[in-house]
Design a protein around this ligand. Structure first.
Ligand code: AMP
Length: 422
């Protein structure tokens, strides 16, 4: 029969000890670290549905963005309503707080989950990918910007990221953004035919995006273009300088006046973290201020700043390792199914949450089960056969110390031993 494969650009993440699972293992580890960091920053979790009304993204991310224009996974449901698999997390969070009528309160949220964009798959770019994100809501420009960059530095430090660089910029308020765009279009219009084709299309729809064009010709033309830093206020410039002064001892950080970010809703402070080790798709997180989004979606005037982290890209840069909890391989050698042996293992699991107890469920000889325990890198094998069950003892064999004697322990002795393992 013909096999059914996963859809293009959608990965199966299968955790195991084999090298093929390296990305999956790293993503799961990264998720654990990130949850811890978010909680250490006093943030609360928010989970919104994967499916949303398509209008949500048209009205937030914007018709002119690539995400909405070309990449939406949208379709009609059985009731002929146009719905979409979310391409990003922020719009859903804001929709949720407006719906719950908590859009005037301050919040610090984190989320994690899959996103979908119909992009051309390549290294570091998938059609289903995972993002973790943070939204700080209800505070004007100032301290939240420091909180965001502090969080980015902590992520780089805790996860021991390879060659990170944090880029920051300021896009001014709406008026400044508009004025700057007008001048940029005035400068670029006479040169339109020389621009890369993709950038020619952006000139009308989304001129700011031309600044982060990947085309060398466009970048050469941009060298003499007006610069956003000549338009923003002194207080915006001072904010960028203060952030650099505060965090440059923590991680490498610099102003990049061509940084604009792809989504329409950003105004004010924007940032991105990149690493040379990622190749062409070198950004592993990005974010910025989006003070108008809540009112644009029918809610109150809620100032906000947020960021999204791409887990596939971030995890390939992680050097931090899994906390090494000790592993006990529990070997039952009874001919028949033995609930009493299982109950002993069950009770042991409650004695030390930092110890992993893996009951070998497959049948086999003691030799093959011990081989399996060593292959799994277990620290101890606990062996329970009919004779041990009779005498209410368990054999404890250390697998890491060479020439160590195996010991027979009573259940009471074992109950005393397990909590001492660390
Ligand atoms: P964005 O939501 O476009 O601001 O992206 C935030 C982060 O998500 C990026 O820095 C990437 O790390 C990640 N990302 C965005 N699109 C993709 C994709 N198609 N595949 C994998 N990661 C992605």
């Amino acid at each position: 029969m013909e096999k059914i494969n996963s859809l293009t650009g959608m990965l199966d993440l299968i955790s195991s000890k084999s090298e093929k699972s390296e990305l999956a293992n790293k993503i799961f580890l990264t998720e654990k670290y990130l949850k811890n960091i978010f909680q250490n920053y006093g943030m609360s979790e928010i989970r919104t549905p994967a499916l949303e009304d398509t209008n949500l993204f048209k009205r937030s991310v914007g018709d002119a963005s690539d995400i909405v224009n070309k990449e939406l996974y949208s379709f009609n449901d059985k009731n002929d309503k146009n719905i979409v698999l979310r391409p990003e997390g922020t719009a859903g969070v804001i929709r949720a707080i407006i719906q719950k009528k908590i859009d005037l309160e301050a919040h610090k949220f984190w989320y994690m989950g899959p996103m979908w964009r119909y992009e051309r798959p390549q290294k570091g770019r998938y059609r289903q990918f995972y993002q973790a994100g943070v939204e700080i809501l209800g505070h004007h420009e100032g301290l939240p910007e420091f909180e965001m960059i502090s969080l980015v530095c902590s992520i780089n430090q805790y996860l021991q990221i390879e060659k990170p660089l944090v880029k920051i910029n300021h896009l001014g308020d709406n008026k400044i953004k508009e004025l700057y765009c007008e001048d940029l279009v005035k400068y670029l219009s006479p040169l339109k035919s020389k621009l890369d084709e993709k950038d020619q299309n952006r000139l009308k729809k989304n001129p700011l995006r031309i600044l982060d064009s990947k085309s060398e010709t466009t970048q050469n033309i941009l060298k003499d273009a007006p610069k956003i830093n000549n338009y923003i206020s002194n207080s915006s410039k001072a904010l960028l300088d203060e952030i650099i002064k505060t965090f440059s001892s923590e991680c490498s950080i610099q102003i990049d006046s061509s940084l604009v970010r792809g989504l329409d809703y950003y105004t004010g402070f924007v940032f991105e973290a990149v690493s040379d080790d990622l190749g062409a798709q070198n950004a592993y997180l990005g974010g910025g201020r989006y003070d108008n989004l809540c009112s644009q979606l029918g809610g109150k005037n809620l100032p906000a700043i947020g960021m999204a982290i791409g887990l596939e890209r971030l995890s390939t840069l992680v050097n931090a390792e899994e906390a090494s909890n000790k592993l006990l391989s529990f070997i039952i050698l009874s001919e028949k199914i033995n609930p009493k042996a299982y109950k002993i293992a069950h009770d042991l699991r409650l004695l030390n949450e930092n110890v992993k107890i893996d009951i070998q469920l497959s049948e086999g000889s003691l030799k093959s089960k011990l081989r399996r325990a060593s292959k799994d890198n277990a620290d101890y094998a606990l062996i329970l056969g009919d004779q041990e069950l009779e005498s209410e003892t368990v054999i404890v064999k250390s697998l890491k110390e060479s020439n160590s004697e195996q010991k027979s322990m009573t259940i009471d002795e074992l109950n005393g031993f397990i909590p001492t393992i660390s």
